[in-house]
Ligand binder design. Structure first.
Ligand SMILES: Nc1ncnc2c1ncn2[C@@H]1O[C@H](COP(=O)(O)OP(=O)(O)OP(=O)(O)O)[C@@H](O)[C@H]1O
Length: 479
């Protein structure tokens, strides 16, 4: 249809034609020096189309994938005066198609916090070279603050004016932790938590970005910027971590033993980027240090097969993708007499007492804790539960084997990995030395309790669920 087409003159020697198709905007560029260029741009990647009446200039901004990463492209050109009315209508119809039809507000207003210190300390450059131009090209407005010290973003969020469409963090998970803790101390915490947080990955682990965008795009700065521009609010649970009478909000994880040693125990190696976690893991496997603790939890579910098929069914309902448990193959690596389904003693208040000595405890929300470790593959954003995983007394071989396929969540199936969903849990260390990390930040190695608050916080998501792929398995016939 003619109304869906628009031609522009880009320079003296080149021109282009846009066509608004079903599902994509196609661009055909004709230049003298190069062969014709054709792009099909999916609606999701179209950031803006605008027409300036005074200058007869049309601008279209979009993101395109080159060498596995997204790049910003802005095409500008002149429209013939006789086509001015059509060009104005055409650009408005593009905006209606790529924003309004999906219920996405155009030209969002953001508060942006940039942590110059996180990861490899490139956040400022990344913000200036990539994020800022993309937000501007999409017609978004924003206020930006470069943090000068730890805790500053948290303090600012306690009194943040709540008139932004979202808060963007250009950092790792540490700044997200600060924002949510600031919101918890806001005079209107419910409204504060309703402001979505959209992380952009410039830290070392960037677990939240991986959970929102998946392993392929989770570390792509412009995929995360696009999520800020076009993602939809997704409600998520938060975790109340209480230690010594003080409550801290945790949005991602608590780690103790080996899993904390490889994170806060390698803090001095931040310059290594993500590799510091692998180094910490190998060091931990070699020393195989035990953590004597008392652990108890309020159990919600401990059937690994059921949890895996429940999460697959939920994804199926949300996306229409069909995921069925695959039958057990003859060469399945592990036996299935796993320890999760053992019945442990319960106290009179219904707390399950976990009896084993442990190598690590890892509890949290969101499948990925780093690109190479999907620690909580069956985690659900808003089930009101925390996924709790404990490794008991493994051999070094068990530890190595449990890390095989860790990026796909295979650790979950290892028979020595105890994995449950709990309403809450408590830990009492039985010795003084040790590491405890909460959302990757160090905390005193002392007694604590974690409870789940169902659903108060908000993130932006393009998928409406955690973006992790995890294959369920059929239970063995005897189960
Ligand atoms: N300007 C600053 N100087 C020093 N520390 C800061 C500053 N701004 C924030 N912080 C703190 O820096 C720590 C690390 O931040 P961040 O999470 O962004 O990076 P990271 O730890 O490398 O990444 P990840 O958490 O994804 O592993 C956090 O505790 C954060 O509160």
């Amino acid at each position: 249809m003619q109304g869906k087409n628009l031609s522009i003159q880009i320079g003296p020697l080149s021109h282009a034609k846009f066509v608004l198709n079903d599902g994509s905007l196609s661009l055909q560029k004709y230049t003298q020096s190069k062969p014709d260029i054709h792009h099909d741009i999916g609606y999701r990647h179209v950031l803006k189309a605008s027409f300036d009446d005074d200058t007869c200039a049309l601008t279209v901004a979009y993101l395109t994938k080159k060498k596995k990463a997204l790049h910003l492209v802005v095409v500008e050109g002149k429209v013939d005066q006789s086509q001015a009315e059509h060009a104005a209508e055409w650009s408005e119809s593009v905006m209606k198609t790529v924003y309004d039809a999906f219920g996405i507000k155009r030209s969002r207003r953001f508060m942006v916090f940039v942590n110059p210190y996180g990861g490899r300390k490139k956040a400022v450059t990344i913000f200036e070279k990539k994020v800022e131009p993309t937000l501007k090209a999409a017609g978004c407005s924003f206020k930006v603050h470069f943090t000068t010290h730890q805790g500053q973003a948290q303090t600012m969020c306690q009194t943040l004016s709540l008139d932004f469409d979202a808060v963007i963090t250009v950092s790792g998970d540490g700044l997200v932790h600060e924002i949510l803790n600031g919101f918890a101390q806001h005079e209107d915490p419910i409204t504060a938590f309703s402001i979505p947080v959209a992380p952009i990955p410039t830290g070392s682990g960037n677990g939240l970005c991986l959970n929102l965008l998946g392993r392929e795009e989770g570390l792509d700065v412009l995929a995360a910027t696009l999520n800020a521009i076009k993602g939809q609010p997704m409600k998520v649970d938060i975790l109340a971590f209480t230690q010594g009478g003080k409550r801290t909000i945790s949005f991602m994880s608590q780690a103790l033993g080996l899993m904390a040693d490889l994170d806060v125990g390698t803090d001095n190696l931040r310059w290594m980027g993500e590799s510091r976690f692998l180094y910490g893991l190998l060091r931990g496997i070699l020393t195989k240090k035990k953590s004597p603790i008392q652990l108890s939890y309020k159990l919600a579910e401990n059937d690994k097969y059921k949890m895996a098929s429940d999460v697959a069914n939920r994804h199926h309902t949300l996306t229409g993708e069909h995921i069925l448990p695959s039958p057990l193959s003859a060469n399945t690596q592990y036996s299935f007499d796993d320890i999760s389904r053992e019945r442990y003693e319960q106290d009179e208040e219904g707390w399950t007492i976990f009896p084993h000595p442990i190598i690590y405890l890892y509890a949290g929300k969101g499948p990925y804790v780093g690109r190479d470790f999907m620690a909580f593959p069956v985690s659900v954003p808003d089930d009101g539960l925390i996924d709790l995983t404990v490794m008991t007394d493994p051999t070094r071989g068990d530890l190595f084997a449990s890390m095989d396929g860790a990026h796909e969540g295979k650790t979950y199936w290892h028979p020595k990995v105890h994995y449950v969903k709990a309403h809450s849990y408590r830990v009492k260390p039985l010795q003084k030395d040790g590491h405890l990390s909460v959302d990757g930040e160090p905390f005193p190695f002392e007694e604590f309790e974690v409870e789940v608050y169902k659903n108060p916080a908000t993130l932006l998501s393009c998928y409406g669920r955690y973006a992790a792929k995890f294959e369920p398995r059929a239970p063995p016939l005897s189960a």
